[in-house]
Design a protein around this ligand. Structure first.
Ligand code: GRF
Length: 230
């Protein structure tokens, strides 16, 4: 029997902006918490700060400006070709601000994750932190879900909560959600995906072969994703 480690999963990451989630994924792949290699980062915006994070980590980058394409279908086709060319097993959306078409999503069914800053199914779409404050919610959070053709509507795999403080404004809340929650849940979800622990069978999320009755939460996390970090 061989004692060789299984090959690393190959991730392609799609971004549009700052790239904090990208950075946390880069760090978790680099220190071995996520058994994957990020083979390519693709941005639809040339000015996305995340591109510099990728380049600093030695990761190949591509820019695909959506304005260069006459239709969503043409953009999706070019994006799909860049993903295929990279030989990616999985596609992780990390602050990617373009709606993808059903055909591209179908081609990556069960192999595409997104992180969304709300406790889905609440607050799909934009401006989630402001909407949580306006509703007077005391609890907020973030979710990692499989991508389906329904915007922010795919089956949720991992979710975690935080408290809304009375003095919070939207930027403060966004900052707490990112640093307390997103920083942990996306790398943890990515680790499970890379190991084959997390899968989508039809519309059902399965974890280690069993259907999930509710999203995975910090109680299920590997210690390396829950222990305090700088
Ligand atoms: C995150 O809050 C994520 O949940 C949402 O977009 C934001 C991206 O931020 N989808 P960053 O680019 O990872 O800093």
């Amino acid at each position: 029997m061989s004692s060789e480690a299984p090959p690393l999963a190959r991730f392609c990451i799609l971004i549009s902006g700052e790239g904090r989630n990208l950075q946390w994924l880069i760090d978790a792949c680099a220190d071995g918490r996520v058994p994957a290699r990020i083979v390519r980062v693709i941005s639809n915006r040339a000015d996305a700060a995340g591109l510099r994070r990728a380049a600093a980590a030695g990761i190949e980058t591509r820019v695909l400006p959506h304005g260069d394409f006459a239709s969503r279908e043409a953009f999706d086709e070019a994006l799909g070709a860049l993903i295929d060319e990279a030989g990616a097993d999985h596609v992780l959306l990390a602050g990617f601000m373009r709606v993808l078409g059903a055909a591209l999503i179908a081609r990556h069914a069960g192999r595409m994750l997104n992180i969304h800053p709300s406790l889905l199914p609440r607050y799909r779409g934009l401006h989630t932190h402001q909407r949580v404050l306006e509703a007077g919610d005391r609890v907020h959070g973030a979710s990692v879900h499989f991508v389906t053709a329904e915007l922010d509507g795919g089956p949720v795999a991992v979710q975690a909560q935080c408290t809304v403080h009375p003095e919070d404004d939207a930027p403060a809340l966004a900052n707490r959600v990112q640093h307390e929650i997103e920083r942990r849940i996306y790398p943890q979800a990515a680790a499970w995906l890379a190991r084959g622990d997390l899968a989508l069978i039809g519309t059902q999320v399965c974890f280690r072969g069993r259907p999930l009755q509710q999203p995975l939460s910090p109680a299920d996390f590997d210690p390396s994703f829950t222990e305090a970090s700088p």
